[in-house]
Design a protein around this ligand. Structure first.
Ligand code: PBG
Ligand code: ZN
Length: 328
C-alpha cells in the first residue's frame, strides 16, 4: 500500500472545503435567454410542452425584458412568429417584420442594457415549415442563402447586436458576413449554429415557434446524430467563413462534441440547451420525480464542464435568480 494515502474525501468534508476546489462555476454573464414574440398577439400565450415559456406580444416582451435585465442576464436570443406565412418566407426579411419591429422597440427602450441576438432562419416564416426555399421537394441551398443574408441585414438594420443563423445551409456564414460588411456592418458579430443535429429534442420549440415542417424532416440539412468528426468539419468551415462564436446544438446529448470542439478550436463556444432538455426536466420535476433546482444546475454544469463558454438556456431566469441569491 502506498503511503501517504490519497484520500479524496478529505476535501469533501464540508461546504467550504468543497467550494475551495470547485472547478466549474456558473455565471450569469455567460447566459443567453431565448424569447419568442408573436405578431398580433394581444397577450402572452403558453404551450403545453414548455411550461413557463411564452409566445409574447410586442408589449409583453418589452415588459418581460425588463425583468430579464433586472436579473443581470446579458443577452436574449429572439425568435419571431409572423401573422402570415408563405412559400418564400417573405416576413423573415420584411423591413416591418415582427422581429425587426420588436428589435427596434427593444433597442429604443433599453439601448445597451441588453444584447439582442436575432435568430436567422426561415422555418417560422415559410408555409411548409422548412428552413429555406423548396425546389423539387427539398430545400434549395444557394437560393436560400440570398434570403438568409437579406434576413440578417434587415435584423441588423433594425438594431440587432448579433445575428445567429440556425438554418444549416452550406455557405451561409460567408454570405451573411459579406452582406453585413458591404453594408457597413463589419462590427456586428455572427454566432453560427455550426454543429446542429437533426434532433428529436426540438419538438417543444416547434410548438412555441410554430415551425414544424409540414412534410418530411430536416435531415437533408441538419447533421446526422451519429457523427462526431463531421461536427469538426462543420465548425472549421464556419470559422473559415467568418463566424465569431460557434455553437453546438443540442447541448446535453452532444457533450462529447462540445468537449472535442473545445480541444480543437480557440473560438468561443456556445451550447444551446434546447427545448427538449427543458421539457424533460420541467415535466419530470413537476411530477415530483426529480428535484427541479438540482437537476437544472446539474444539466447546466455538465455543459459548462464539457467546455462551453456560453450557454443558451430556457432556465436562464431561474439560474440568474439562484446566482443572485447566492443559492447555487
Ligand atoms: C430553427 C431553430 C430550431 C431551434 C432553434 N432554431 C428548431 C429546428 O431546427 O427545428 C431549436 C431550439 C430548441 O429546440 O430549443 N431553425
Ligand atoms: Zn429553421
Amino acid at each position: 500500500m502506498r503511503y501517504p494515502e490519497y484520500r479524496p474525501r478529505r476535501m469533501r468534508k464540508n461546504e467550504r472545503l468543497r467550494a475551495l476546489i470547485q472547478e466549474t462555476e456558473l455565471s450569469v454573464q455567460h447566459l443567453i435567454y431565448p424569447m419568442f414574440v408573436k405578431e398580433m398577439n394581444e397577450k402572452r400565450v403558453s404551450v403545453p410542452s414548455m411550461p413557463g415559456i411564452y409566445q409574447f406580444s410586442m408589449e409583453g416582451i418589452l415588459k418581460e425584458i425588463e425583468s430579464v435585465i433586472d436579473l443581470s442576464i446579458p443577452a436574449i436570443l429572439l425568435f419571431g412568429i409572423p401573422a402570415k406565412k408563405d412559400e418564400m418566407g417573405s416576413e423573415a426579411y420584411a423591413e416591418k417584420g415582427i422581429v425587426q419591429e420588436t428589435v427596434r422597440r427593444i433597442k429604443k427602450l433599453f439601448g445597451e442594457d441588453i444584447l439582442v441576438i436575432t435568430d436567422v432562419c426561415m422555418c417560422e416564416y415559410t408555409s411548409h415549415g422548412h428552413c429555406g426555399i423548396i425546389r423539387d421537394g427539398d430545400v434549395e441551398n444557394d437560393e436560400t442563402l440570398n434570403l438568409l443574408a437579406e434576413t440578417a441585414l434587415s435584423h441588423v438594420k433594425a438594431g440587432s447586436d448579433m445575428v445567429a443563423p440556425s438554418d444549416m445551409m452550406d455557405g451561409r456564414i460567408k454570405k451573411i458576413r459579406q452582406m453585413l460588411d458591404i453594408n457597413g456592418y463589419y462590427h456586428i458579430p455572427i454566432m453560427s449554429y455550426a454543429a446542429k443535429y437533426a434532433s428529436s429534442m426540438f419538438s417543444p420549440f416547434r410548438d412555441v415557434a410554430e415551425s414544424t415542417p409540414q412534410f418530411g424532416d430536416r435531415k437533408s440539412y441538419q447533421m446526422d446524430i451519429s457523427n462526431q468528426r463531421e461536427a469538426l468539419r462543420e465548425i472549421a468551415l464556419d470559422i473559415e467563413e467568418g463566424a465569431d462564436i460557434i455553437m453546438v446544438k443540442p447541448a446535453l446529448f452532444y457533450l462529447d462534441v462540445i468537449a472535442l470542439a473545445r480541444q480543437t478550436f480557440d473560438h468561443p463556444i456556445a451550447a444551446y440547451s434546447v427545448s427538449g432538455e427543458y421539457a424533460m426536466i420541467k415535466h419530470t420535476a413537476e411530477k415530483g420525480y426529480i428535484d427541479y433546482k438540482r437537476a437544472v444546475i446539474e444539466l447546466t454544469m455538465s455543459i459548462k464542464r464539457a467546455g462551453a463558454d456560453i450557454i443558451i438556456t430556457y432556465f436562464a431566469k431561474d439560474l440568474a435568480r439562484w446566482i443572485k441569491e447566492r443559492s447555487l
